[in-house]
Design a binder for this molecule. Structure first.
Ligand code: FRU
Length: 492
């Protein structure tokens, strides 16, 4: 093991907090330091591994390592020692995002981007490390995919984020690259052994339609279609669906015989404030599960006083397709941690109301909101309330939108705190599922037609929940505490 990797492993073992209540109850963090994109989200030997972009020494982005954790049920995680450090010549300036796959011989192969800054510029290439689920050896043949494989006129600097999978005895990987028109391309590669790769196609091109450079692609089959997911840099806001800056998108379509992807519909992937760079895996029972970095780059640049970590993952989400939309719902495994059910059926609310038993910070709550004779024009759910703090979720059925407002949620800086997004109401009726954790809220509309996540930093005792509307509204509520004991142990 190199000195750099040993140093990272020693540091995290020493600095991950003993008191786990300082960490989110079930949203993965690095425990210490900084994390961004999920990497290598894949089954391995009957468990699910997740690596992540990681800088253990500070709560800000630095030379990228790969941190490592695993889970059996997507909710309880065990930390494993850091997997990669930027300790080779070809990745000395960072081990950027990538994927993982189980090899037929039982080893695990990581494919990641090596970043090397030379006097003549920055170079990104794709590299392999192979290991046993804990320790990984970088391959002698690295880098295994270089600029030579790129289409003419492509950038050698923006060429990254390989997502690998295996199908019919062949390894495949999709990467992003800045094509000759200066905007993002997704490239498809193939390999017999995971080490020698050929470019199979330019799978899909941005052509300046969606932002500039793309990042973190993923391609998978779902419900009879092919789905391409990627993140977008420098998106320009369009209607309420796309906001400025770092967005993420999905395209539902099909691959042709030339291995080119044709999109039939394209949409923004998430509606919240904090979500980027998602990755998926096929679970052992066939479900397609997605996890995203629950953080916007723009808001990540601040330091949160008293927090020893920066960056969280979303709850893993089950994906399905319906009517040309990608639906996202929390993994069903979460339900096993529900406790202390409190339910209200068809109560009428207008004035600001708090209800016995409905409060807390680590919970799973389902709300059904139905108009009475007059269609309300706004209904607000305030969470994390107390001592002048609150986070508001407001429904506007007449406009067909939902507004998130976390202006009073404990942030030390004035980053973006407000987002409004289109949501599916049915004559003013709507079903919401809200997951709260110590430092976040994730909202799912209907069967997951919309999903919206945001990080929050309210003080510990701000745990009130209230409801208010501008006309009488009928509300049914089912609320559970989430009790997840012994999370974040170091794997033995
Ligand atoms: C996306 C990203 C990736 C890159 C990584 C670096 O958030 O910019 O494109 O591999 O983060 O940490």
């Amino acid at each position: 093991m190199t000195e750099k990797l040993q140093k990272a492993r020693d540091y995290e073992a020493l600095h991950r907090p003993e008191v786990k209540s300082q960490l989110p109850a079930y949203h993965l963090t690095g425990g210490v330091g900084w994390i961004n994109d999920p990497n290598g989200f894949a089954p391995y030997k009957g468990e699910y591994h997740l690596f992540f972009q990681y800088y253990p020494y500070d709560t800000q982005w630095g030379p990228m390592h790969w941190g490592h954790a695993k889970t059996k049920d997507f909710i309880r995680w065990e930390f494993l020692p850091a997997a990669l450090a930027p300790d080779a010549e070809y990745d000395k300036d960072g081990c950027f995002s990538g994927g993982a796959v189980e090899m037929p011989d039982g080893r695990q192969l990581l494919l990641y981007t090596g970043v090397e800054i030379r006097p003549e510029g920055e170079f990104q290439t794709q590299c392999v490390a192979i290991g046993d689920g804990v320790n990984y050896e970088k391959c002698e043949g690295n880098p295994v995919i270089t600029a030579e494989s790129l289409p003419e006129g492509s950038s050698t600097r923006d060429f990254r984020d390989p997502k690998i999978w295996r199908e019919n005895d062949t390894y495949y990987a999709v990467t992003v690259n800045r094509g000759k028109d200066g905007s993002g391309d997704v490239l498809l590669y193939e390999s017999e052994d995971g080490l020698r790769w050929q470019r199979a196609s330019i799978l899909y091109s941005c052509g300046h339609r969606y932002g500039t450079m793309w990042e973190c692609p993923d391609l998978f089959h779902l419900d009879g279609k092919d789905v391409l997911v990627h993140s977008v840099m420098e998106m320009r806001a369009k209607t309420l669906e796309y906001h400025n800056g770092n967005c993420k998108m999905y395209h539902i379509g099909h691959m042709d015989e030339e291995k080119c992807f044709h999109a039939e519909v394209s949409h923004a992937m998430e509606n919240g404030i904090d979500f980027y760079a998602p990755q998926t895996l096929e679970a052992l029972d066939g479900r397609r599960i997605l996890i995203g970095w629950m953080q916007a780059w723009e808001g990540a640049k601040q330091k949160i006083p008293g927090m020893g970590f920066m960056g969280q993952m979303t709850v893993p989400r089950e994906l399905t397709l319906r009517d040309g939309r990608l639906l996202q719902m929390p993994v069903r495994e979460l339900e096993a941690y529900r406790a202390n059910k409190v339910a209200y059926k068809d109560i009428t609310i207008q004035e600001e109301t708090s209800l016995p038993g409905i409060s807390g910070k680590v919970l799973d709550m389902i709300l059904e909101i139905t108009p009475t004779e007059t269609l309300y024009s706004r209904f607000t759910l305030d969470i994390n309330k107390g001592g002048g703090f609150q986070t508001s979720i407001t429904l506007f059925p007449q406009k067909g939108t939902i507004l998130l407002d976390r202006s009073f949620s404990g942030f030390p800086h004035d980053v973006n705190h407000i987002r409004e997004f289109p949501a599916d109401f049915h004559d003013g009726k709507i079903r919401l599922r809200l997951l709260l954790d110590r430092y976040s809220a994730e909202l799912f509309v209907g069967d997951g037609e919309q999903a919206a996540s945001m990080v929050l930093y309210p003080p510990k005792n701000a745990d009130g929940i209230t409801f208010r509307a501008d006309a009488p509204v009928r509300v049914s509520i089912e609320k559970y505490d989430l009790e997840i004991r012994d999370n974040w142990r170091a794997a033995q």
